[in-house]
Ligand binder design. Structure first.
Ligand code: GDP
Ligand code: MG
Length: 442
């Protein structure tokens, strides 16, 4: 892997802003990755469009190809879509006991297994007393299956009564949960191989009786497009409050997660990662995003490169400062940094001995507006002038002041500041203070 990474580092490419072409090329790859991960066509299309708008014009980090940069942007957007707004994955509404949780989904999706896993989690993590009940009257073995899981995880199950209808079991579970002082009761419904009217009606009837606090749709994460159709159908008919994606331990790429989120807008709460009772985890957008793109190492690479570059820049800068070299580019960097870090005070407060200067600067009316004006002055200088501020004589000064809509006296103040800061950096560099100060800055 590291060989591959250094290969990418060697293959340095363009710098500057991402062009429309860069973005287009990279997004073609991303689109393929999404489709391969089983994201539905329309969702992939919308998603790529949203990313294109965000990516065009962004600066490319040095030592990263535009394609890699786009992947990082895509990754962040995936994470954003998957996470939704203000949602805590893994949180369930289980106040006001006994709180009913209805488990729905197709046959074989993992409902019964997930019911057991979730009951275990609620018992162990949330300290809840849980009662489970199987409403699956179609397969006698299904009820036994839940009873066995109950024993295994130490959670009570409603006693099985032969010949009872699902709605009657639901009523009995509610009654038992109330009388028995349970915090939560979970109803594991029957699935079908395909969605059908009878199944939906059955689940609707149960829903109307118990009025669930959570209706969790359990879907097989490997089924991709089908999972999305199932989610739409169940949400339309029953109304779901969240999704549990099972079989995420398989080699599926998790595209179903994105499609489902995009199509239903419902939060993915948990993922199933195996057959065992502890193989249930809170949904982590970051991880699934990496999996969908299958380009996790690129994302890490971009992050790493950004850090490395910042550290390299800081090191180089420090060496020059120690020699008393402090030109207008440096000053511009500092000013921009100050703006980013909450103005003058933010930065200077971090550097030893500069608190006083920060106070003076404040008195002199140095605020964000002034910082921006000073940056504008520097931007009006030529490249040569920035590197050699001593070149700035009267005529050049006039041109620069005019170019940035400021007075020559403003420019003189800036020059004075550049000289003072240069002197100070040099002095600090001798005492080793600069190194310390810069450590705090980067
Ligand atoms: P139900 O018909 O929806 O109740 O599905 P079950 O809970 O009976 O699960 C069907 C099969 O899938 C069982 O063999 C489970 O052990 C298995 N299963 C459920 N969840 C997962 C999971 O997250 N990963 C894996 N690998 N298998 C799972
Ligand atoms: Mg079942």
């Amino acid at each position: 892997l590291s060989e591959r990474l250094s290969g990418v580092f060697d293959k340095l490419t363009k710098q500057g802003a991402l062009s429309e072409d860069d973005v287009k090329t990279a997004l073609r790859e991303v689109r393929v990755a999404l489709l391969e991960a089983d994201v539905s066509l329309s969702v992939a299309r919308d998603f790529v469009k949203a990313v294109a708008d965000k990516a065009t014009g962004q600066n490319v980090t040095k030592s990263i190809t535009p394609g890699q940069q786009v992947v990082k942007i895509v990754h962040d957007e995936l994470k954003h879509v998957l996470a939704g707004d203000n949602e805590e994955p893994g949180e369930l509404k289980i106040d006001s006991p006994p709180a009913p949780i209805l488990m729905v989904g197709l046959q074989g999706s993992g409902k019964t297994t997930t019911t057991g896993k979730l009951a275990k989690r609620l018992k162990e993590k949330n300290n809840k007393r849980v009662l489970m009940a199987s409403l699956d009257v179609n397969r006698p073995a299904a009820m036994e299956q839940l009873a066995i899981l109950g024993v295994q995880v130490g959670v009570d199950t409603l006693p099985i009564v032969k010949g009872e209808k699902p709605v009657d079991i639901a009523k009995r579970a509610k009654q038992q949960a109330t009388l028995g002082g349970y915090d939560v009761y979970m109803l594991d419904t029957a699935g079908r191989l395909q969605i059908d009217e009878v199944l939906m009606q059955e689940v609707e009837d149960v829903r109307d009786i118990v009025k669930p606090r959570e209706t969790l749709l359990v879907v097989d994460g490997l089924t991709g497009q089908v999972a999305v159709e199932v989610a739409e159908e169940f949400d339309g008919k029953i109304g779901i409050s969240g999704v549990v994606l099972t079989r995420m331990d398989g080699d599926g790429r998790g595209g179903a997660a994105l499609s489902m989120r995009a199509v239903t807008g419902k939060p993915i709460k948990f993922v199933g990662l195996g057959e065992k009772m502890d193989a249930l985890e809170t949904f982590e957008p970051d991880r699934i995003a990496g999996r969908i793109l299958g380009m996790g190492d690129i994302v890490a690479l971009v992050e790493k490169a950004q850090e490395t570059i910042e550290a390299e820049q800081a090191e180089k800068m420090m060496k020059r400062f120690q020699k008393g070299q402090f030109n207008m580019n440096d000053l511009k960097n500092q000013l921009e940094q100050m703006l980013k870090m909450g103005g003058m005070e933010g930065l200077m407060g971090m550097m030893p001995g500069m608190k006083k200067m920060a106070g003076q600067a404040k008195e002199a009316g140095m605020d964000d507006k002034m910082l921006k004006q000073q940056i504008a002055l520097i931007q009006s200088m030529t490249k040569r002038e920035r590197a050699n501020p001593q070149l700035l004589q009267a005529s050049r000064k006039k041109r620069i002041a005019k170019g940035s809509g400021m007075e020559v006296s403003d420019l003189n103040k800036l020059l004075k500041m550049q000289r003072q800061m240069g002197d100070m950096m040099k002095k600090m560099g001798k005492g080793g203070m600069l190194k310390q100060a810069m450590k705090g800055m980067f």
